[in-house]
Design a protein around this ligand. Structure first.
Ligand code: SF4
Ligand code: SF4
Length: 257
């Protein structure tokens, strides 16, 4: 592939996989420029596997789920930093997320909500939505004109009979507005991107320092926490983020094994 690229026969190298460990190796290689990777709120909870059926098996979600799988979080962070764009496949989990009976959350999401979840993950550039009827294509295209309330997957997941995102920021933006003008979802996203790596990446730190309002502006009014559907301790995280990004020599923690 590199030889073909050097000769100008191909211009870019991309790769497709459902396995987050394989995707991580590709992102780390510095040679793969984009990934076609499966992203949805259900798959995001599971560790890497060679067996796609495991992702579709409801028993996979019955235990040992606790928010986004650390390996996937690390993958998204690496892609964001290295400029490896992710094009999402399986954004609907094969349609299982549309039905409370087949969703691991026991609640139905709409195509627009699934698309919004995928498009708001770090490094995601686009989604390939599968369909086999014009009505299904229209349901995906409705994203273009959907109101924010229609895109709101967080409100649905937070009130689902089963969900595993307690205390974990999904970057949904429900907590806005902050009286100090902090983009809370962005600060949380940058904090997560930094702490999943062994050291705080310069690009992430620079992004944080360029924000017009940062975690250091938080006055701990806790208004945002009353609006957060996932019980995220926002004021505490604003302080942690500010310490991480502004104190010299501070480094991110090692990625979970
Ligand atoms: S802190 Fe809560 S409400 Fe705000 S973006 Fe994160 S999950 Fe959403
Ligand atoms: S607790 Fe901090 S981040 Fe949350 S609304 Fe108040 S000032 Fe903003």
């Amino acid at each position: 592939m590199l030889s073909l690229k050097e000769r100008g026969i191909i211009r870019h190298i991309g790769m497709s996989t459902h396995n987050s460990a394989v995707a991580q190796a590709a992102a780390d290689s510095g040679k793969v420029e984009m990934l076609l990777f499966s992203v949805n709120p259900a798959f995001d909870m599971l560790p890497s596997s060679e067996d796609l059926n495991r992702y579709f098996d409801s028993t996979s979600y019955e235990k040992d789920i606790g928010g986004i799988d650390p390996q996937r979080a690390r993958l998204y962070s690496t892609c964001e930093q290295r400029g490896v764009g992710i094009t999402v496949m399986k954004a609907y989990a094969g349609g299982r997320l549309f039905d409370a009976a087949t969703s691991p959350f026991q609640v139905a999401l709409t195509p627009v909500q699934c698309l919004h979840y995928a498009l708001t993950r770090p490094a995601v550039a686009s989604v390939l939505a599968g369909f086999d009827s014009i009505a299904q294509a229209d349901a995906a295209l409705a994203y273009e004109n959907a109101a924010e309330e229609e895109k709101d997957y967080a409100g649905v997941l937070a009130h689902a009979p089963r969900h595993a995102y307690s205390g974990q920021c999904t970057y949904c933006g429900h907590c806005a507005p902050c009286p100090e003008g902090i983009d809370i979802a962005m600060v949380n996203k940058l904090y997560d991107l930094a702490t999943i790596q062994e050291a705080v990446p310069d690009t992430v730190r620079a992004h944080y320092l360029s924000l017009s309002a940062s975690g250091g502006d938080c006055i701990s009014c806790h208004a945002c926490e009353r609006r957060c559907p996932f019980g995220v301790p926002v004021a505490e995280r604003m302080a942690l983020a500010h310490g991480l990004f502004t104190k010299p020599g501070r480094e991110g923690k090692a990625p979970p094994s």
